[in-house]
Design a binder for this molecule. Structure first.
Ligand SMILES: Nc1nc2c(ncn2[C@@H]2O[C@H](COP(=O)(O)OP(=O)(O)OP(=O)(O)O)[C@@H](O)[C@H]2O)c(=O)[nH]1
Ligand SMILES: [Mg+2]
Length: 304
């Protein structure tokens, strides 16, 4: 006979935080088992909170991917870092990711100093262990555990999936008892238009360099279901200056064509529908100081 409560469900929010580029988005995708958040080799790819949902036994885990935490300079940076810290206030568990190949860098130091003010239980996740020898990991584990009170330490490769199953089981055992908040088959709470804009932004980051990715943003303007099952999507890519617009377009439109083709394929795969994608590159000087752009991204607009 089943004991009372034996089949009780659990449910909770797990915030994944850390410096830029440590692999938070790669990890959320591995934990969810689907691509819910974009990944690039560049720092500061993620700009807002991205929730990805997974079921593990009786537990529903709502993972929250966050922008990397660093010393912010621009208004957009401040909004990103503020929203990342904000995620820890609403979380049941917080996972601090460290790039174990790089070790403890300046941004990590600052995060460790601020971690004392974070209320939920914290776990340490040493990521990218595929790139590091075991003895170095043990030394890093010891060093970091001396700095903060972690409930557990995990060594994972978000890229290969190594160690992520153990991490997920631990989360499932430690989120509070309670009813599931989302339907069983839901993996994300982001509207499809937001996911589509993010996918295009990923292609911009992969294709463009220096300051350009950081001075651009993407918004989905039109989403029209067509007869026959396809969808027509129109997106605006905002840049700061005419010179940047020219670079995004590329010689003879080559760059925007490549970005569009790559984005279209991924959006179609994500929404499992044929897609017609139209990209419009627009100069909007000062978009990064326009509250409307922040609202579109789901970010608070910092006063300065
Ligand atoms: N070798 C290796 N590379 C990884 C691993 N996890 C992530 N990466 C790579 O690290 C880079 C950054 O990964 P992201 O997941 O975008 O990192 P992030 O922490 O979300 O970065 P921001 O959104 O900028 O804060 C990408 O090139 C990933 O492929 C890992 O376990 N091993
Ligand atoms: Mg990210």
């Amino acid at each position: 006979m089943a004991e009372p409560g034996e089949h009780a469900t659990r449910c909770g929010f797990v915030a994944l935080i850390g410096a830029p580029n440590v692999g938070k988005s790669t990890l959320i995708n591995a934990l969810v088992g689907a691509k819910v958040s974009i990944v690039t080799p560049k720092v500061q790819t993620t700009r807002t909170l991205i929730r990805g949902i997974a079921i593990e036994g009786q537990a529903q885990l709502i993972f929250v991917d966050t922008p990397g935490i660093f010393a912010p300079r621009r208004r957009l940076d401040r909004a990103m870092v503020g929203t990342a810290w904000g995620s820890t206030q609403d979380a049941d568990l917080v996972a601090l990711l460290i790039d174990s190949r790089k070790g403890v860098m300046d941004d990590d130091e600052a995060i460790l100093r601020a971690l004392g003010g974070v209320r939920p239980a914290k776990v340490l996740v040493l990521n990218k262990v595929d790139l590091v020898a075991k003895p170095a990991l043990l030394a890093l584990t010891q060093k970091l555990n001396e700095r903060a009170g972690f409930a557990a330490t995990f060594m994972v490769s978000a890229l290969s999936g190594d160690g992520t199953a153990d991490l997920k089981s631990w989360f499932a055992a430690h989120v509070p008892a309670g009813p599931w908040l989302y339907p069983e088959d839901q993996i994300s709470d982001a509207p499809a238009r937001q996911l589509a804009a993010e996918i295009t932004r990923e292609k911009l980051y992969l294709r463009l360099h220096q300051e350009l990715p950081y001075q651009s943003t993407v918004e989905t303007e039109v989403w029209k279901e067509l007869k026959g099952g396809a969808v027509r999507i129109e997106q605006s890519i905002y840049v700061e200056r005419e010179s940047q617009r020219k670079i995004v377009l590329g010689k003879g439109g080559q760059a925007i064509k490549a970005i569009g083709a790559a984005a279209r394929a991924d959006i179609a795969a994500a929404i499992e529908q044929p897609v017609q994608l139209f990209l419009h590159v627009k100069v909007r000087e000062g978009w990064a100081d326009d509250p409307e752009r922040y609202r579109e991204m789901g970010l608070e607009f910092p006063k300065e």
